[in-house]
Design a protein around this ligand. Structure first.
Ligand code: SF4
Length: 294
């Protein structure tokens, strides 16, 4: 199993860090185009680890570097637009913004988080042009391959739309990264592995695996507080990661083994707060499964 940090280190010969930036986009699942509340698990921050405020790109780059200065002395970066739907807007405005973000030499790639139903022809052409300048990664939040779960999550698109977008992005030579969430309400162990199998069949460049975080201020949080539903235990989650590692194609890079729970918003599960313990448990599960990693 190849982790992103290892791949970047091998490719660039040094550490590469992500700079969280904002494109100023909303999400059709939040602004009323598809719905108002967003996906039931999505927080006000639009499902980003850190929702940077929108400002001129130069200001955002400087602020993002300052935020990570205590954590790393990295000299190379990825311009990372994760929160909300970063292809949902005027392609001309977005192209200018992204060109500016990837212009500095120290920026080695552009990463945009989006939805598969926000990849029309003008957007695809824009991404292809940007991909000629620096590698463009497109992160798609699939979460589950099960349409019934997706309907309950109010994701707002069926699996067929995701499959089609994935193939179009691949045909255009863009780097495709797929987000999967384990522990969604109503899903069994086998259903979660079905999602991994489905994604593996599409041979994406990367995956992000994440435990469901039940957050305050979300529809799912409200649902959980009214009628708590079962959540995965840490050992079960770690076993799912190990099983996924055996299913995913060797060339698919794992970008994430667990998410960072936004502390004050987290309702459950409590164990996700201790990232060190989570990663150690996952490492043990991987070793038990004979998976080389980390
Ligand atoms: S598509 Fe993404 S940003 Fe939009 S509501 Fe769902 S998780 Fe949130």
């Amino acid at each position: 199993m190849r982790m992103l940090s290892q791949v970047l280190q091998a490719q660039y010969g040094e550490k590469v860090y992500k700079l969280s930036l904002s494109s100023g986009c909303s999400c059709p699942n939040r602004d009323g185009t598809l719905g108002y509340g967003g996906c039931t698990f999505c927080s006000e921050g639009g499902s980003g680890d850190f929702a940077a405020p929108f400002a001129p790109i130069e200001t955002q780059l400087a602020a993002a570097k300052q935020r990570i200065a205590r954590k790393t002395d990295a000299k190379k970066f990825i311009a990372y637009f994760q929160s909300y739907t970063n292809t949902y807007g005027d392609p001309a405005r977005l192209e200018a913004l992204y060109r500016e973000a990837i212009a500095p030499e120290e920026i080695v790639a552009l990463s945009v988080g989006t939805r598969p139903d926000c990849l029309g022809a003008p957007v695809m052409q824009m991404l292809e042009r940007l991909n000629q300048v620096k590698p463009v990664w497109v992160e798609l939040g699939l979460q589950t391959a099960h349409d019934e779960t997706a309907r309950q999550l109010r994701r707002g698109y069926p699996l067929s739309v995701f499959d089609d977008a994935c193939r179009r992005l691949q045909a255009a030579g863009l780097t495709v990264i797929v987000h999967i969430i384990f522990g969604l309400p109503g899903e069994t162990h086998e259903m979660m592995l079905d999602t991994v199998r489905h994604v593996a069949g599409l041979q994406p460049d990367g995956v992000k695996l994440q435990m469901l975080h039940v957050l305050r201020g979300t529809a799912l949080g409200l649902q959980y507080e009214q009628t708590p539903f079962p959540l995965l235990e840490l050992e079960e989650y770690a076993a799912l990661i190990a099983e996924s590692a055996a299913i995913l194609p060797p060339q698919t890079v794992v970008h994430r083994l667990t998410g960072d729970a936004p502390g004050p918003l987290l309702i459950a599960p409590e164990w996700t707060r201790n990232k060190k313990r989570v990663l150690n448990t996952i490492r043990r599960a991987l070793r038990r499964a004979g998976v080389e990693n980390l």
